[in-house]
Design a protein around this ligand. Structure first.
Ligand code: ATP
Ligand code: MG
Length: 400
């Protein structure tokens, strides 16, 4: 057992000692069997939430309605979820209620993919009811049971299929893929926020081109925000130039630039996918800067000043995926040479100009400050207060 399971083993044992069943389940089992690092250890048990709470001294009611109790054990939290079936799927979304059951098999049956439907007992026995082990070996994403039915129950599973394919570098098994194609329109019933979350996970994995190409070829793309109204916009990406994207902003930037979107269209893309405000701001700022790069000339210091290290990092990754000729190493070096990187680094501010030159707040002050900044950036004057005051005084005389 890996350390994460070792540490959680006493929880399984405690539950078993009290006469119930308990297993490691879900993503941690899958990732462990693949030899990957484990995220959260999830535990499934035949004990009901109230029963779990009598077994452990410290628990938190995380999602009692869904059967989940968090057990605190040696400064760590573990989610223990009662075996359940999901019934009453409404409108192809999450079930409106769950039914607790005492059978592990029933619990595994409601899970999305065979590789996510494995369970591990405290003695190490792997319970594999749905060819999960074989599919792990064969690198296949296969729906548990009938794909049509499973995607009909919960259409988000279709996004999860392409997401896992991308994260694990697995193929989607043929019948499951056929179900994706058939059921794709149901994706429109799912809240944008939930599609967004799976989509970003897909795009931030090393094999995002694989996820993207299946997202396109399955037709899922046609039922997602923004893309659904533009059948022409289906950028393809060359697999061999694969370059991982550092963050969500880079994802949107890549798509906007690959589709040659205007500023307004990029804004629409971001809004329709309900991205966070900061992501929107950063993507649009980088979009603006990318337009300068398109001109294929050496940028002035004032233009370079509009960048920031994060933006350059994003553009470097995006540019690599789009086979841009821009020399980002040189660009970044030139940026680092700038005497100041932001307004706060300027050794002179409006207050100084008011005090030292007797100026009043207003347009003239703003103009003068801008001129000072440009002078510093272009190396006309050093970024030192006394020098800048001297330079400003002279400049002010010229302005009048
Ligand atoms: P990750 O590493 O991204 O957390 P995960 O497999 O743990 O991957 P979770 O969303 O944390 O994914 O879900 C935990 C488990 O719950 C899954 O492995 C799967 O068995 C089950 N599951 C999650 N979402 C669904 C769903 N929409 N339909 C069916 N089963 C699901
Ligand atoms: Mg998980």
């Amino acid at each position: 057992f890996p350390l994460e399971f070792e540490q959680a083993l006493p929880i399984l044992q405690q539950i078993t000692t009290n006469g119930y069943e308990a297993y490691f389940v879900g993503g941690s089992v899958r990732d462990h069997l693949l030899g990957k690092a484990i995220a959260d250890v999830d535990i499934a048990s035949s004990a009901f939430p109230a029963e779990i709470k009598t077994i452990f001294p410290t628990t938190i009611d995380t999602g009692i309605k869904h059967g989940t109790v968090t057990v605190r054990w040696h400064q760590r939290n573990y989610e223990v979820t009662t075996f359940r079936t999901e019934s009453g799927y409404q409108d192809f979304r999450r079930p409106d209620h769950v039914t607790f059951v005492r059978s592990l098999l029933k619990d595994l049956q409601r899970r999305d993919f065979t590789i996510n439907a494995l369970a591990v007992r405290a003695d190490g026995l792997v319970i594999d009811e749905f060819t999960g082990l074989a599919d792990l070996q064969a690198h296949l994403i296969r729906a548990v049971g009938n794909g049509d039915e499973r995607f009909h129950e919960d259409a988000l599973r279709m996004m999860r299929a392409v997401r896992f394919s991308s994260q694990l570098d697995f193929r989607i098994e043929a019948a499951t893929f056929a179900s994706l194609i058939k059921m794709a329109p149901l994706l429109e019933k799912i809240a944008v926020e939930r599609i967004h979350s799976e989509f970003v996970k897909m795009m931030l994995s090393p094999h995002w081109q694989q996820g993207w190409s299946q997202f396109v070829s399955s037709g899922l793309i046609q039922h997602t925000p923004f893309f659904k109204n533009r059948s022409a916009a289906r950028p393809g990406f060359a697999q061999q130039d694969a370059q991982a994207l550092p963050d969500e902003t880079s994802v949107w930037l890549l798509l906007a630039l690959a589709m040659n979107l205007t500023y307004q269209q990029t804004q629409q893309l971001l809004r329709q996918w309900k991205t966070a405000n900061q992501v929107q701001q950063d993507t649009l700022a980088a979009w603006n800067f990318s337009q300068l790069l398109k001109q294929n000339r050496t940028l002035t210091a004032s233009e370079l000043y509009q960048a920031d290290p994060k933006m350059l990092q994003r553009l470097t990754a995006v540019g690599a995926n789009l086979a841009w000729q821009t020399d980002f190493r040189q660009l970044t070096a030139a940026y680092q040479q700038l005497p100041i990187k932001n307004d706060h680094e300027l050794a002179l501010n409006g207050g100084d100009l008011i005090q030292q030159l007797g100026l009043k707040p207003g347009p003239q002050l703003g103009q003068l400050l801008a001129a000072v900044k440009t002078a510093v950036l272009t190396g006309v004057v050093e970024n030192q207060k006394s020098d800048l005051i001297h330079w400003s005084r002279k400049r002010l005389r010229d302005m009048i």
